[in-house]
Design a binder for this molecule. Sequence first.
Ligand SMILES: *Cc1c(COP(=O)(O)O)cnc(C)c1O
Length: 434
Amino acid sequence: MTTVHAASPFDEWLAGDPEVARLLGEEADRQSTTLQLIASENFTSPAVLAASGSILTNKYAEGYPGRRYYGGNQVIDEVEDLARARCTALFGADHANVQPHAGANANLAVYQALLQPGDTILAMRLDHGGHLTHGSPASITSKVWRFVSYGVSAATDDPDKPGEVIDFDNLADLARRERPALIVAGSTAYARIIDPLPFRQIADEVGALFLFDAAHPAGLIAGGAHPSPVGIADVVTFTTHKTLRGPRGGAIVCNEAHAKAIDSAVFPGLQGGPLEHVIAAKAVAFAEASRPEFAQYASAVVANAGALAASLAEEGFRLVSGGTENHQVLLDLRTFDEELTGKVAQEVLDRAGITCNRNTIPDDPRSPFITSGLRLGSAAQTTAGMGTDEFRLIGSLIGRTLRGRDDEATIAAVRAEVRELCAGFPPYAALSRS
Ligand SMILES: *Cc1c(COP(=O)(O)O)cnc(C)c1O
């Protein structure tokens, strides 16, 4: 018997489009019968789904509350004001812009607000965990601004000082030599707490502005599990869909001094009409993240990543930076099996129902398409209710799958175990019907 899961409360309204309805059903099934370990993903609440699937998608609202270019925005203004107020309250910020369609747009808007074309930006190396918008040759950012990159320190054999953490000596040297206009903190594949204070000190020393890109840890910061960069960095950008557990989107918080420049850079600088249905869903998520349960969630996310990391270390994998302090685990596959690439590991795990992504590790000898690493995250399955026991089990299932990767029976056996494990933790229990 197969269980069909409703993809949203408006499911029946899709009955007239059986092709899309079928695809949504299949994806709902995938999300609830396989393990979601992609570090940038989560399961939103039904309330977030309802708001982002709402009639607010119908409204054009170019501009900002009280200053719109179209009529009929009385209700929309209240929606966006509510989202802004909840966002500033949640993060203790002076000002919030909740319009960026994604984290990438938020970063682009900040560069545009604070810099002139050609200015120097000091950001994390892409192969050490930096994001595309931190100056990838493939990104528009590297064509408009001049990027200089800092990285992590070398790995060591000392278990007490494993290395592979942000190298602040190197960062300070680069800052003194290059005199950047902006220093960016933040990463897409880094398992440690990013302390905003050393960045602030270095930025002050060289007269640079400081952007903290909290795309990944925003939920951990909101939940009090990580130190907040708000009030320390000049500007903080984040995505609302990663650990913060809201709809797909971006946001920016800053002090009053930069508010006007940031708002103009988002609209009309970079975007047209805002996605007010998504902004309503952001408002829902900000309220959810301000509740005591969310603080418990944030600390459970960190504890679960720790349990996963410990179990994977027992399986023979090397943990980049020696462990984790956030929702991520970055694995070096080479100690487990010299021949195993990130690409093959991701594909085999996918067939076993374990969804994750290959990732470069610092100084990876393999290309970004092949890689020697794997990135895992605990945010989504923690939302589904899993705890440290389940995450330890997941670590052993990953070891078993990759050890038996040439044996179809092993992969099928793990797939069955994963299905059973997931059945105990349905992400949308209230929405599923059999
Ligand atoms: C995910 C991420 C972004 C961009 O988010 P999108 O919503 O995918 O555009 C920006 N910076 C960092 C560090 C990220 O991890």
